[in-house]
Design a protein around this ligand. Structure first.
Ligand code: IMP
Length: 440
């Protein structure tokens, strides 16, 4: 039984928590796209105290002993960021070794010149900046598509590494100079490259065979998406997107698993909407309500600390995510953030150029003009933090959730009411409808 977890909005939906909840029930946890632009926060109670883990590149399953975590071929890996993350996990008492962390030899590398290019390109965009995380993600994927990237496998061949790094550094510096960015030091890069090679090489292998053999051998795989459907390079609000396929397609191309090996997909969605960086956001609240949601929800980027833009739940986005990914179910997160509101709005359609539509326009300019058509529901004005049974939720909260499910055209398998593992309502019937049986 293999399951993909996918962001259903613009990211930061709380995928880390859902993956963390599910991880004990799977043998292998795999990231398949994106890089350390992601920030998956997991809170675990250990020895009576809450321990917070912010994972950027390593699958959230790493905090569970006995699981194999895989960084698939579709991920872009910054070796230094990877090593920093390994160090900080070890400092928090988490075991990371070449048996529980495997990295695809086909995964492309993010190198310092990609970061310099990301900065220079964003600066050149001025007011039309994408608002990237400045982690070098776009330039690294550009190199991959242009067939000039270095891959993790190159770190296992020190004999050719110097030549490849030297060639790419020279080419990149020409481009960086043209864009007025900060040139990188070729000698330093080569030195760093050989250090990374020693430290990272033990983790590098052919994960395509590993994953397929595991799946064929009856092991269960959890595929952990990063970013989200509306940030997908093809299906999101282009050009205000990330540079990978963060919807279901990425789970195939980014692992080497065939579609028949993905038995179920669950989308993670917040009870409201957030977005970081530029680009259209029809239900955005630029007012006191938006600020209230940001403050209550702690809506600041896990990777960059940037304040997130906030807005009402957008059912047009939810339905689109269900359609594009074929989501079998949804996981609703951060319900408790809405606890003290008198009224809650849900966007059910857009009005664009005077016409109502229930579809996402392909063009970001049109999407920017979309006026949300709202339905208003009464708030429940009661605490839901920590509620773990659906029937214990206030009736108005249950009605809100039922309406979201109806408008999204998918049932909720999880409703998260707090950051901790046990602050979750698990709808076992919905899960077993997806073929997932959790021994809870
Ligand atoms: P990049 O992925 O750094 O190139 O950034 C492209 C866009 O995706 C920007 O708007 C980022 O804010 C957004 N983005 C990238 N990663 C995440 C994430 O993990 N959560 C939310 N937004 C993200």
């Amino acid at each position: 039984m293999n399951l993909a977890i996918i962001g259903a909005q613009w990211g930061d939906e709380g995928k880390g928590k859902i993956v963390d909840l599910l991880a004990p029930h799977f043998d292998v946890v795999t990231r398949y796209q994106g890089g350390h632009n992601a920030g998956h926060t997991v809170i675990i109670r250990r020895g009576g105290v809450d321990q917070k883990f912010v994972l950027h590149l390593i699958p959230s399953g790493i905090t569970h002993p006995g699981k194999t975590c895989v960084i698939g071929n579709g991920v872009v890996v910054d070796p230094q960021a990877l090593l920093n993350e390994v160090d900080s996990l070890r400092a928090q008492g988490i075991e990371v070794n070449h048996r529980n962390l495997l990295i695809s030899n086909r995964a492309h590398l993010i190198l310092p010149y990609h970061v310099a290019l990301d900065r220079a390109i964003e600066a050149g965009r001025g007011g039309a900046a994408v608002g990237t995380t400045m982690r070098g993600i776009g330039p690294a994927y550009e190199d991959k598509m242009a067939r000039r990237g270095l891959r993790a496998g190159d770190l296992t061949d020190p004999a050719t590494l110097t030549e490849k790094l030297s060639h790419n550094a020279k080419q990149a510096n020409r481009l960086i100079a043209m864009l007025g960015g900060d040139l990188i030091n070729e000698k330093q890069l080569i030195e760093d490259g050989h250090r990374w090679s020693q430290l990272v090489a033990p983790h590098i292998c052919d994960t395509t065979y590993f994953l397929n053999n595991a799946a064929r051998g009856g092991k269960s795989l959890l595929l952990e998406g990063a970013q989200a459907t509306m940030l997908d390079i093809d299906h999101g609000t282009y050009p205000f997107v990330t540079s990978s396929n963060s919807s279901i397609g990425g789970a195939i191309t980014g692992t080497g698993l065939p579609p028949s090996q993905i038995n179920c997909a669950i989308g993670v969605i917040k009870a409201y909407t957030t977005r970081v960086g530029g680009g259209p956001f029809p239900t955005e609240l630029n007012d006191a309500m938006g600020e209230h949601i940001r403050a209550r929800g702690g809506e600041y980027g896990a990777s960059t600390g940037r304040p997130r833009r906030t807005g009402w739940f957008d059912a047009v986005v939810a339905r689109y995510a269900v359609m594009v990914n074929g989501l079998d179910a949804l996981a609703l997160t951060k319900l408790d953030v809405l606890d003290d509101l008198d009224e809650i709005k849900i966007c059910v359609a857009y009005r664009i150029g005077g016409r109502e539509t229930d579809q996402i326009p392909y063009d970001a300019n049109q999407m920017s003009e979309a006026e949300p058509v709202y339905e208003t529901m009464p708030g429940w004005k009661e605490k839901t933090v920590g509620v773990s049974r659906f029937e214990d939720l206030p009736e108005k909260a249950r009605n809100y959730i039922a309406r979201l499910a109806e408008l999204s055209s998918a049932p909720f398998a999880f409703i998260s009411t707090g950051a901790e593992r046990n602050e979750t309502i698990i709808e076992t019937e919905v899960l077993s409808g997806c073929g997932i049986r959790l021994a809870v």
